[in-house]
Design a protein around this ligand. Structure first.
Ligand SMILES: NC(=O)c1ccc[n+]([C@@H]2O[C@H](COP(=O)([O-])OP(=O)(O)OC[C@H]3O[C@@H](n4cnc5c(N)ncnc54)[C@H](O)[C@@H]3O)[C@@H](O)[C@H]2O)c1
Length: 267
């Protein structure tokens, strides 16, 4: 354990993982704890948050859990109150909740569109709504949002317009918040992951886009990457750690691409 986040409290929203193994939010919570932060691990799935807590405590870290639906204002307000009741401050807000659904504007239903925009964008709007006043009172804080290369590029011939639009919107939301609150000492940045081999590949992506064939889906995703391999949750977590830490004290309103060069490739 080192101390890049010593004495900081990190509110990690979406700190569990949808399946066995390490998702981006779980890895970030673990890494933040290893670097000395106290973790308030929030998830809609309390078992998933409990698993993150168990790992962190097993490694000697500090973690409390809270069940919340990040798409609900009342639930997010209660989440922030519970974090303050437990740890008295919030230095880092890590917004990891998100996911894609397939479809273009013609074939996607209105409800699916609304739900996906809520999942990827409203969740961050709501957490910022309730956490920024806390950070203002404290004199600063760091917000780290998890976007996606799908917010920058179309890849693999797949339509997922709600995901693409919401992850693009998240980048500009994050920048706008950064500018509005720069003088308050609040930084806001995005990590923009490329194709990552996290549990959601087996849990959801293989069914949505891969015809149910996991090995083929992984091989296809690997082949799309310039390195020949997808990244993993640690790659995202280490970028988030930098943005969350005081090492990034002059870094705001920007993005770190963690994509193995995917976005720079045009074939
Ligand atoms: N894996 C990839 O290839 C990839 C690529 C680019 C971006 N991303 C982004 O990474 C993030 C997710 O990564 P992950 O690997 O941690 O995914 P994950 O789905 O394993 O973890 C997300 C967690 O959020 C929780 N959650 C879902 N809805 C919630 C809600 N309404 N309120 C509270 N919690 C909720 C889930 O229960 C889950 O534990 C998303 O924002 C996703 O868009 C992933």
């Amino acid at each position: 354990m080192t101390d890049r986040l010593r004495d900081k409290v990190a509110l990690v929203v979406g700190a569990g993982s949808v399946g066995e193994g390490l998702g981006n939010g779980k890895a970030a919570a673990m890494l933040f704890a290893r670097e000395g932060a106290k973790i308030f691990a929030v998830d809609v799935d309390s078992d998933a948050a409990a698993e993150t807590k168990a790992i962190i405590e097993c490694e000697g870290g500090i973690c409390a859990t809270h069940q919340a639906d990040a798409t609900s204002a009342a639930s997010v307000a209660a989440m922030v109150a519970a974090c303050l009741a437990r740890f008295e401050r919030i230095d880092i807000l890590h917004n990891n909740v998100g996911g894609s659904v397939p479809g273009g504007p013609v074939d996607m239903g209105e409800e699916a569109w609304d739900a996906n925009i809520d999942l990827n964008l409203k969740t961050v709007f709501l957490s910022c709504k309730f956490v920024i006043p806390v950070m203002e009172r404290q004199g600063g804080g760091a917000i780290v949002n998890i976007s996606s290369v799908a917010g920058l590029r179309s890849m693999g011939g797949r339509a997922m317009v709600a995901y693409q639009a919401s992850k693009a919107g998240l980048i500009q939301f994050s920048r706008a918040v950064a500018i509005q609150y720069a003088k308050a000492g609040i930084r806001s940045n995005c990590v923009v992951p490329g194709l990552m081999n996290t549990p959601l590949v087996a849990h959801r992506i293989v069914g949505q886009y891969g015809g149910g064939k996991l090995a083929e889906t992984i091989a296809q995703r690997d082949a799309m990457c310039p390195t020949g391999k997808m990244g993993d949750a640690w790659d995202v977590a280490y970028a988030a750690l930098y943005l969350a830490s005081d090492e990034a004290k002059y870094v705001t309103a920007t993005e770190i691409l963690v994509d193995g060069g995917l976005t720079a490739k045009c074939d």
